[in-house]
Design a protein around this ligand. Sequence first.
Ligand code: CP
Ligand code: NVA
Length: 307
Amino acid sequence: MTTRHYISFRDIAKEEYEFIFQRAAHLKESRRQGHYLFPLLGGRSVGLIFNKSSTRTRVSFETAINELGGHPVVLSTSDTQMARGEAPAHTAKVLSRYLAAVAIRTYEDQELYDLAAAATIPIINALTNQRHPCQVLADVFTLLENLDNEPLEAQEVAFIGDGHNMANTWLEAAATFGFGLRVATPPGYEPDSEIFKMATAANPKVKLFSAPKEAVAGARCVNTDVFASMGQEAETAKRLQDFQGFQVNKELMALASPKAIFLHCLPAHLGEEVTAEVLDGPASRVFEEAENRLHAQKALLEFLTRP
Ligand code: CP
Ligand code: NVA
């Protein structure tokens, strides 16, 4: 059997996502009723390797693995021999003999592809500079929960801010699900050109704007992300300057659909990309979104590791 990896959001097909979302909804409801343990991992262990900071990803994956009857093995890259130059292929072959899957947060997608080339277990992207598929998996699930059975493909989603990992992954999601996606970034901060090309070819409702107001007009879901991501801290002052006018605030949200929800992967920098009024306001679903990481990743782990 071929090993399935989850490095790009496009590694899973639309019909497979529909199954994963159904399972996530079931696991969420069961947990609400007090049924925490679904031992789908049956005692197997899952590696979690972090080369960057994390709160949600680490805790939601550790909790998910525990509640699936598995054991999380958490490492920072500097703890491993990878930091001392062990070949990715050797690391992947060794970890494949112990673990059911490995989720990795690092800088370049290529690091995951190098491991995946030799791994016989799923390699899961827990965030890279290019992508954050586990987050957008939970985000689309959160959007679906808020749609009251309106079709997903009929929705307009706005992404305001940096064309980095979150924007790129929303583009991939728009290519998969067919909803409208309007991305507004300052010049020089556009999403990855290859991903944008792929998304516009797959879905003519994917569009790039320079004015946030145009992007949010009538949108059912408004998203943003920090202006300076992990690894870009040295550029913070310049970015704060360059992203002026790209804040999601009450005035901008007023241009979206009256039913619009606000999503943010978190952590947020209040007063920069979003105001506290929006993040803690009635349209915000950010804490539901964070919770949904747990349910969605359980369903993802079940999907990727089933025998
Ligand atoms: N949204 C997200 O991935 O959060 P963490 O960086 O806390 O894991
Ligand atoms: N774009 C952000 C997302 C954090 C979850 C970063 O990469 O730091």
